[in-house]
Ligand binder design. Structure first.
Ligand SMILES: [Cu+2]
Length: 309
């Protein structure tokens, strides 16, 4: 049995936690337990980081707290609600078909209004929508209000590749283009339509502020494992953030129809340890210091891709 003072201290600590945080922590624990259970039944290859898998249903594995909350919200709120509604409507339809068909009910009642029923079927869906909207808006707010950031990554969408800029005041001061590797030049280990020549690199466990814009038309910067999806709009700077909790490489794609090579501008973010990040930063500084923009490289790749059957 626990000593009374320790019990009290535990209760006090619990009381200090926000109820929403406690609930959310509880859900996170349940989700992780279920995930671990399912993971044991599946081959290790099913959990490769940050890529969609053939035959996959559901989300890519979460690598940030925001994406984990999105998964919880979807799996434990939206799915049960929509399943219950579908079953209820199906039940009503079956009941109506059986009970009120011409044979079973030859003389129909002539009732046309039922105020209680009408108010009920208006108010109940409104209540359901409000119940869904509250956690949904909380999630949206969490995605868009950037906590104190450890580093900033500026992203510019272009037809049809991404440019990443590492600001000088954070040890950067360079930018580079990230262009998809054409299918004809893939090497072993590369992923068709997802691998790029230059990946963006960020340290693990750090809050990365994303500043996203576009140079020509609307693009969408979306990384499923990070729970990030934000429009890249010419003349406008949109902000989001992520905090990757595991090392690995995470892929995303442009999420706005932006032209003929919309499908050919993948996003690849490599999450590494702090030391590896420092080393990469020093090397990238030299490598990209004299880069004058690699639009010619994109043009050359595009020309090669166009020749493919
Ligand atoms: Cu695009």
């Amino acid at each position: 049995m626990r000593a009374p003072h320790r019990l009290l201290a535990g209760r006090r600590a619990k009381a200090q936690l926000q109820p929403a945080t406690r609930r959310s922590n509880f859900l996170v624990l349940i989700c992780r337990a279920l995930f671990a259970g399912c993971a044991a039944l599946l081959p290790a290859s099913a959990f490769a980081d940050g890529i969609p898998l053939s035959g996959q249903i559901g989300f890519q594995e979460a690598a940030t707290p925001v994406q984990l909350e999105i998964e919880l919200f979807h799996n434990w709120v939206l799915l049960p609600v929509i399943t219950a509604i579908c079953l209820f409507v199906l039940g009503l339809l079956v009941y109506v078909v059986l009970r009120f068909n011409e044979k079973a009910n030859p003389v129909p009642r002539r009732t046309t209004h039922h105020p209680v029923l009408e108010i009920g079927w208006t108010v109940v869906p409104v209540m359901i929508l409000i119940a869904i909207a509250i956690p949904s808006f909380r999630l949206l707010t969490e995605q868009l209000i950037v906590p104190e950031a450890d580093l900033t990554l500026k992203v510019t969408g272009k037809q049809w590749y991404w440019t990443y800029n590492y600001p000088a005041d954070q040890g950067g001061g360079f930018e580079f283009d990230s262009v998809m590797i054409p299918p004809s030049e893939l090497k072993p280990g590369d992923i068709r339509m997802l691998s790029v020549d230059n990946e963006a690199v960020v340290p693990v466990g750090k809050v990365v502020r994303l500043q996203v814009t576009a140079a020509d038309v609307l693009h969408g910067f979306a990384i499923p494992s990070f729970g990030v999806r934000i429009d890249a709009v010419p003349g406008r700077l949109n902000e989001s953030w992520f905090k990757a909790e595991r090392e690995g490489i995470y892929y995303g794609q442009c999420a706005k129809l932006c032209g003929k090579d919309h499908s050919g501008m993948p996003i690849a973010i490599r999450v590494v340890s702090e030391e590896v990040y420092r080393t990469w930063l020093a090397e990238a500084k030299k490598k990209f210091a004299s880069a004058d923009g690699s639009q010619p490289r994109y043009a050359a790749n595009a020309a090669r891709t166009a020749q493919l059957p």
